[in-house]
Design a protein around this ligand. Sequence first.
Ligand code: UFG
Length: 326
Amino acid sequence: MTCLVTGGAGYIGGHTVLALLDAGHQVVVLDDLSTGFRWSVPNNAKLIVGDVGDFDLVCRVIRTEKITSILHFAAKTVVSDSFRDPLGYYLTNAVKTQTLLAAAASETISNFIFSSTAAVYKSSESLVSETQNVQPQSPYGRSKYMAECMIKDVGAAHNMRYAILRYFNVAGADPKGRNGQSTKNATHLIKVAIETALGKRACMEIFGNDYPTVDGFAVRDYIHVADLANAHVLALNRLQEGSESLTVNCGYGRGYSVREVVDVVKAVTGHDFEIRLAPRRTGDLASVVANSEQLRSVGWIPHYDELPTIVRHAYQWELELASERR
Ligand code: UFG
């Protein structure tokens, strides 16, 4: 049984490809390489360079590669960008998902796993569970939520089982050093802080210190990318065994403020660096932390749920990037 991984040359898709291969699955990657990297696709996975919104191409790939399951990562993912480019976000995340689903339905795909996001929730002081607080606050969150709705409806109409995984803040890198976050001009907190620690940036900004949180800084639930990748393998195995569709949060259930994260980065890297306070960033929420009981209840056991471990792996990867071997 071969799975098609859209966006498999990107950060989270790339780590999931490694986890799938490690677990003995056959993998075909479909990626337009707009933000992903050819080098990140291992030799034992097949890479097809193309657009997930190309119906004929997707149908052809499903048929020729005998695909039975699709894991759909290809997306635009930056909350603040989505306010500047809502049409781009709706096209990539909603319209192209509709096309991919149409191809999946016409080729009778059995299992569909979708990269969704904590951005479908509004800010909350308590842990968010899957059925509460669904109220996306950005074009990005809305585009992903639209895709979720389509997947559920198509699943019901076409007998396609699905797993919708709502990621909280993904960070870290493959513990074996095979992959990591390599995005140019990254906006993610841990990557930006590590780049600053390494002197790639002169200083970094913290966006907002007046949130209604314990220390005034925004709070997020940071999940190691390898634990998240394993959640996909678990979800796929369950669907392939005939388990019911599910929608689950992927986080650890522990929040850290921006200030706490920066302090951990300084401690792990051993470098102090300059911080500037800046106004709040458009679309940022005060606090989003997962209730992850549901994912744990289906057998997910995280192995890297310590912020210093996440930062250490991300730092090791950043050193690898700096060595220019990549
Ligand atoms: N932050 C800074 N300075 C920076 C970068 C980030 O202060 O240079 C702050 C942000 O303002 C925010 C926090 O760090 O308060 C986290 O920001 P990220 O950009 O790392 O992540 P986001 O929470 O904005 O978004 C990420 C993913 C989304 C996903 C979301 C789920 O990019 O795709 O997590 O919570 F939807």
